[in-house]
Structure formats: structure tokens, C-alpha cells
Write a protein that binds this ligand. Structure first.
Ligand SMILES: [Zn+2]
Length: 255
């Protein structure tokens, strides 16, 4: 089996890098002068790892796309899969009680929207509470929290002290959401990823590396509930690692 590369992006860079988008596309970033032979050789060396990762990524993505709103289906919330129960028509579309989601029958046709609205609302309350707590504890003031529909980054910090978070942050475990908040809050002090920045993060959360790694491993969660396949251009934007490598002169900092 050989590897099908979906896109090669050449730029003013020194080394080759392979990325697998959340949808399972293989993207190669290469220096302008790099020969196709070298790229092929590089891919060949990593062939088994790439094919395996691509397969897992695609499966996760497709599984999410085809999620059904049926009794017994599971939905992520705070890092755990929670079962869904369909209940007779109630005025409240969706309730969450003791680890179970209860969806009212009359809202089945708009279940996707109902779920996303519920997640957004919860993300807002949850993140606001965390941000206020860390803000008071470490005396770092932000101006506003915005909950966004971003599916290519977990959070960002705008130059004016506004902290933005994807509502999908509510899908990950409590400790990881806390880290997302700490990560963006620390950008108010250091608007970059310099060593001073990471010292600030460590001060607030000594074990932050554990959560960084968790996020890397669970990358696909950041694009869950994205219900159309989108254009290829959109897929390219699902690279979350660039922000860390090129932190300078940016107003927005990707995680
Ligand atoms: Zn950052």
C-alpha cells in the first residue's frame, strides 16, 4: 500500500513535516527546494505509522458525522461518553441528569441544534466560572469571554484581553478545560509562547504538560459536531500546531 498525499505545501521552511487533518487528509509541508524524491522517501519511512493514524482519524471523524440521536447513543460531556434517553414530549428540549442526557421526542428533528445549544450554554457557564477563579487567584484580568463555534482551535486570546473558546471545550475533562482557560489567561501576561509564557502557565498549573498531551491525542474532539464535510481549504485550517511554532507578531494565539 502506498500513501496518497492530499496536498503539498511548499514554503520558506527548513524541514519536512507531515500532518494528518482531523478528516484524515495527509498534508506535507516542505521547503521550496525539496525534491519529490525526498518527499517520497520521507513518507515511505513513516508509511505504517501514517496509514494507521490516517485510518483511525478517518474512522473517528466519520463516526462523529453519522451520529444518530437514538436511545442508547452516547454523547461526550466533560470527558465522558454519556448515554441518551428519548423521553415523551416535554417542554424542555434537553436535560442532563446524573450522567444521562434526556432528549424530548418532539425535538428529535432538530436534535443536533438542541445538543449544540445545550453545549454552548454549558460551556459559557463552566468557562466563565473557571476564568473568574483563576483570574482572582493569580490576579490576571481579562475583559471578556467569548464562546465560539471554532472547530480548528480550542481557544485564543485577542490583543484586547478577550478570551475566546470553542464551545467544544465542554466535551473534554474538567482538568483539561481548566488548562485551556489557564493557557489563554497566561497569554494576557505574555502574548506569545516564549519560555516566560510557559513559566506563567506552570505557576498556575504545574502539571500542564499532561493536558497538552491529552489534547494532542484527542485532537478529533475539536471538530466534533461539524456536520458538513466542508471544502478542502477548510480542512487545511485544521492545523492546531502552527501557533506554537510561530508565536511571534500574532494577535491571536492558537493552542
Ligand atoms: Zn497559546
Amino acid at each position: 500500500m502506498s500513501i496518497k498525499v492530499d496536498q503539498i505545501i511548499r514554503s520558506d521552511r527548513k524541514s519536512l513535516e507531515i500532518q494528518i487533518s482531523v478528516e484524515g487528509y495527509i498534508i506535507v509541508r516542505a521547503p521550496i527546494e525539496e525534491t519529490n524524491e525526498n518527499i517520497e522517501k520521507f513518507l515511505e519511512e513513516k508509511k505504517f505509522y501514517l496509514l494507521r493514524t490516517q485510518q483511525i482519524t478517518k474512522a473517528k471523524y466519520l463516526n462523529d458525522l453519522h451520529k444518530k440521536y437514538e436511545e442508547g447513543e452516547k454523547f461526550l460531556y466533560l470527558g465522558k461518553q454519556r448515554p441518551l434517553k428519548i423521553v415523551e414530549n416535554k417542554s424542555i428540549p434537553l436535560k442532563y441528569v446524573d450522567g444521562t442526557f434526556f432528549l424530548s421526542k418532539s425535538f428529535l428533528k432538530v436534535a443536533n441544534k438542541v445538543f449544540i445549544d445545550w453545549y454552548k450554554e454549558n460551556a459559557r457557564t463552566y468557562i466563565l466560572d473557571l476564568a473568574n477563579r483563576f483570574s482572582k487567584l493569580y490576579n490576571i484580568n481579562y475583559t471578556k469571554i467569548k464562546i465560539r463555534d471554532a472547530h480548528s482551535q480550542w481557544g485564543s486570546c485577542s490583543g484586547n484581553g478577550v478570551l475566546n473558546f470553542s464551545w467544544r471545550s465542554i466535551l473534554v475533562p474538567h482538568e483539561v478545560i481548566s488548562y485551556l482557560v489557564v493557557h489563554e489567561l497566561a497569554h494576557i501576561v505574555h502574548p506569545n509562547h516564549s519560555s516566560d509564557y510557559w513559566i506563567e502557565v506552570e505557576k498556575m498549573m504545574p502539571e500542564y504538560i499532561k493536558y497538552e498531551n491529552w489534547l494532542k491525542k484527542n485532537d478529533h474532539i475539536c471538530s466534533m459536531f461539524k456536520n458538513d464535510l466542508g471544502s478542502f481549504n477548510k480542512k487545511i485550517s485544521s492545523d492546531k500546531k502552527l501557533g506554537v511554532k510561530n508565536p511571534n507578531d500574532q494577535l491571536e494565539f492558537e493552542l
